[in-house]
Design a protein around this ligand. Structure first.
Ligand code: PLP
Length: 411
């Protein structure tokens, strides 16, 4: 008799985005003339940079010629890409990261989930609340939690609230935790971590033999010069942190797929017999067995991000979204709302007015101004009373949505 992984049955079957779609569709059906603007998505909208497209076209031509055709590539990624990443994204910032410690993949979503393969099942796991749902759901699937309560909190996870009261930077856990997920710049709150804040986490992890999973998918959106882009800018991080990066939001690769994970060579965790095991070796073994590398064509596209043209085009793309974020921040402030984030991240986190719940504010915006955002409570219990507005959209849509909100809400 075949059985299933019962842990999947504990999941809150993708409640957030289907519920948004359900409410938007019902409204659109009842109001066929309404021009709905969707600022709820966490997906890029602007085209792939030209340098990346040109690199892909050239790579396709190579694939069409017997003498330059490529079959399987290295599971870890091509060294020409890993070398550029190590030099430009890390060594240029003074971080000691070697090309051999970079593993190219088809996405950070996959990597942040797959990383659990190399860790034991008895680790105590901490996540922030609100949080990128992938961290929680992959732990549920792996059987690391009990069931969820009414608020959607899973038994066995340590939730660290991030709210306006603590400036959206989680306080260190009062108990001992083994694995910690941190995402800065943060999705969904748009908050960033200062060097001092990250240093406190690194010191905690070193003192407790914990491992930090640092998701830096949005590092390209950092505009303040003193905010760290990598956790390896913090002394001691090589002894306690794995970093995840992605070309998805930086270079518009959400549909092209390329990311990478950094596992320092000297980073270890304990085996059952008490010995120290190098995580690099386990991740290399995991990737070599379960992954066969990213397409040559896509790795060439990612490499083009580091060319002078690619670099300029990516910066222009990031600036475009950040200008959207600025417009959103300013207009929502004009409308009398309290806004957070949106300065070093493409997300603006809004406090719902007059104590409305996240979903009530969602309905209000949808019904009165036909604008769709994401209810903060969908990212965790502590997100209740907040709302996420994404800067990933056309300028026209952002300006029109903000005009409607200011007209309606300005006091
Ligand atoms: C978008 C996003 C990623 C990137 O995921 P990919 O699989 O690389 O597209 C990673 N982490 C967070 C928090 C994100 O929002």
């Amino acid at each position: 008799m075949a059985t299933v992984n019962d842990n999947y049955l504990k999941l809150k079957a993708g409640y957030l985005f289907p519920e948004i779609a359900r409410r938007v569709n019902a409204f659109a059906e009842a109001n066929p003339d309404a021009k709905i603007i969707r600022l709820g998505i966490g997906d890029v909208t602007e085209p792939l940079p030209e340098a990346c497209r040109t690199a892909m076209i050239d790579a396709v031509a190579e694939m069409g010629d017997r003498s330059t055709f490529k079959g399987y590539g290295p599971e870890q990624g091509y060294s020409w890409l890993r070398e550029k990443i190590a030099a430009r994204d890390f060594q240029a910032l003074g971080c000691e990261v070697d090309a051999s410690e970079i593993f190219i993949s088809d996405g950070s979503k996959c990597d942040t989930g797959n990383i659990l393969d190399i860790f034991g099942n008895d680790n105590t796991i901490a996540v922030t609340d609100p949080v990128y749902p992938v961290y929680v759901d992959t732990n549920v699937m792996a059987g690391h939690t009990g069931v969820a309560n009414d608020k959607g909190e899973f038994e066995g996870l340590v939730y660290l609230p991030i709210t306006a009261e603590n400036n959206f930077t989680a306080s260190l856990p009062t108990e001992k935790v083994d694995l910690i997920y941190l995402c800065f710049p943060n999705n969904p709150t748009g908050a960033v971590a200062s060097k001092e804040h990250l240093k406190a986490w690194v010191d905690y992890a070193l003192a407790n033999n914990s491992i930090i999973f640092f998701d830096a998918a949005y590092e390209a959106f950092i505009t303040d010069a003193d905010i760290p882009h990598s956790i390896y800018e913090i002394e001691g991080a090589r002894q306690c942190a794995i970093e995840f990066r992605s070309f998805s939001k930086t270079a518009g690769f959400t549909g092209t797929r390329c990311a990478f994970t950094v596992v320092p060579k000297n980073l270890t965790a304990k085996a059952a017999d008490g010995s120290d095991v190098e995580l690099w070796k386990l991740w290399n073994r995991r990737q070599s067995t379960k992954f066969n590398g990213v397409s040559y064509i896509v790795q060439r596209a990612a490499e083009a991000v580091y060319s002078p043209e690619g670099d300029a085009q990516v910066k222009a793309l990031v600036n475009f979204y950040m200008e959207n974020a600025k417009i959103i921040r300013e207009k929502l402030t004009d409308a009398g709302l309290s806004v957070y984030g949106g300065v070093n991240a493409p997300y603006v986190w809004v406090k719902t007015p007059s104590g409305l719940s996240s979903w009530d504010f969602f309905d209000k915006l949808l019904h009165t101004v036909n604008v769709v955002g994401t209810p903060g409570s969908g990212f965790g219990a502590a997100g209740e009373g907040y709302f996420r507005i994404s800067a990933f959209n056309s300028r026209e849509n952002v300006e029109e949505a903000m005009r409607r909100i200011v007209d309606k809400f300005k006091v």
